[in-house]
Design a protein around this ligand. Structure first.
Ligand code: NIG
Ligand code: FE
Length: 409
């Protein structure tokens, strides 16, 4: 029998209901499981039966008495840095106005841009820290943050800088995404192509030069940018060796998902209006489908994303909160897990994989995070729960007992 070398172990968590989220069994579940850490990495996964007889004296041992242990949760799509509030739009929509009506009348993203441009880096950080703290409290250890409320070089970079600082201030891995192609700013009104040129010539190169962007996103829709404009942004991003993702098929079908897949995008997000061609293209490119049920519910949409087709074609499905002031001011990933089940018909297992394994892939982190597997970062949550289905089945009740991020950055 193979003997386990435990000499490098620094911590052993035993007697856990281990939802590894790795491929194989549902939830990657190991009842009465154990996981050993060596510094900031996962060194071993097993059960009581194959645990080594002796451990190094310096190895801490935690008997978690059957508690659920999962990878740290990952929110792979947020717009968490903004100033101002759009509560009036919520009232308008309750009276019958649509998200698109409000945007075309000069409200929507444009109003958040005005408030965010006027805010200092320090003010934005204070606002965002309070929001991010809510995610940390519910077991999120990795979060993606997009720019997109600056829409000029200085303000887009300001937002990305705040995002980087946020990650250092909280025990949180932050991935930044440049979303300069979110809306046409007032100074380029009626000149969307000129703004795209400004993004490609100025904003993108500056963000890349300062190392502020891990990826590049765009908003492809009737009230956003055309596929041809998105393609120009993607070409520049690829030239700068930055990964791409896309807000696609939210209110209409622009063949955005297929465009994203053609550019080997990490993800295409929203996807209520996704069609078969888009699904097939995503399946081939292994582009993750990021579903945002909170935005769907908040905007009271009725067209569901084609979940069954995504399943049949084995497109990885991630779930994210899309936290933003306009379409999803709902600061909870766990709420989105719940809504993914109740609104979109996902299983509780799909909901958990959507905020772990598949969310990691959507951020280009699949080799480092998202599952409890040997060699990955020690990035775990021990919950006040006994079964992984509890995370999506309830809301506001399941909380981390301990978040373990041993020296992870
Ligand atoms: O992901 N649809 C575009 N972007 C955001 C909404 C941004 C806003 O309304 O401020 C979204 O839903
Ligand atoms: Fe979004």
């Amino acid at each position: 029998m193979e003997t386990t070398d435990s000499s490098s172990w620094t911590r052993l968590i035993r007697n856990a209901t281990l939802a590894t989220c790795a491929e194989g069994k549902p939830y990657g579940l190991i009842p009465k499981g154990a996981v050993a850490l060596a510094g900031n990495r996962i060194a071993w996964i097993g059960t009581k039966k194959n645990m080594p007889a002796t451990l190094p004296k310096t190895c801490a041992v935690n008997d978690v008495r059957g508690a659920l242990v999962t990878p740290g949760l990952i929110d792979c799509h947020t717009h968490m840095i903004w100033a101002g509030s759009r509560f009036r739009e919520f009232e308008q929509r309750l009276q019958g106005a649509s998200y698109e009506d409000i945007a075309r009348a000069g409200g929507g993203i444009a109003s958040t841009v005005t408030a965010t441009r006027a805010a200092s880096e320090a003010d934005l950080l204070t606002l965002a820290l309070a929001r991010a703290a809510k995610y940390v409290a519910e077991g999120v250890t990795t979060i993606e943050i997009k720019s997109g409320y600056g829409l000029d070089k200085d303000n887009e970079l300001k937002i990305l800088r705040v995002a980087r600082t946020l990650g250092k201030r909280l025990s949180l891995t932050v991935r930044t995404t440049l979303l300069a192609a979110h809306a046409v700013p007032p100074e380029f009104q009626g000149r969307a192509d000129d703004y795209i040129k400004c993004i490609c010539d100025e904003i993108l190169p500056a963000a890349a030069a300062e190392g502020l962007a891990d990826a590049v996103d765009a908003y492809c829709d009737n009230i956003g940018f055309t596929p041809a404009q998105v393609e120009r942004v993607f070409a520049k991003a690829t030239e700068l060796k930055l990964a791409v993702k896309l807000h696609a098929e939210q209110f209409s079908n622009q063949q955005g998902a297929a465009l994203a897949a053609k550019h080997k995008a990490l993800s295409a997000d929203h996807l209520e209006h996704l069609d078969k061609e888009g699904v097939q293209a995503m399946a081939v490119a292994r582009t993750v489908a990021v579903l945002l049920p909170g935005a769907y519910a908040y905007l009271r949409e009725t067209k569901l994303p084609p979940i069954e087709m995504l399943r049949v074609h084995r497109v990885p499905i991630a779930i994210a909160s899309d936290l933003n002031p306009g379409s999803a001011p709902l600061a909870s990933l766990q709420l989105n897990m719940h809504l993914a089940c109740t609104q979109f018909g996902l299983t509780t297992e799909e909901a958990l994989l959507g905020v772990t394994r598949h969310a990691a892939r959507a951020l280009g982190l699949r080799k480092e995070r998202g599952t409890i597997e040997r060699g990955k970062f020690a990035d775990l949550v021990i919950w006040n729960a006994e079964h992984p289905a509890e995370l999506a089945a309830q809301f506001g009740l399941i909380r981390p007992a301990v978040i373990l991020r041993e020296g992870a950055s």
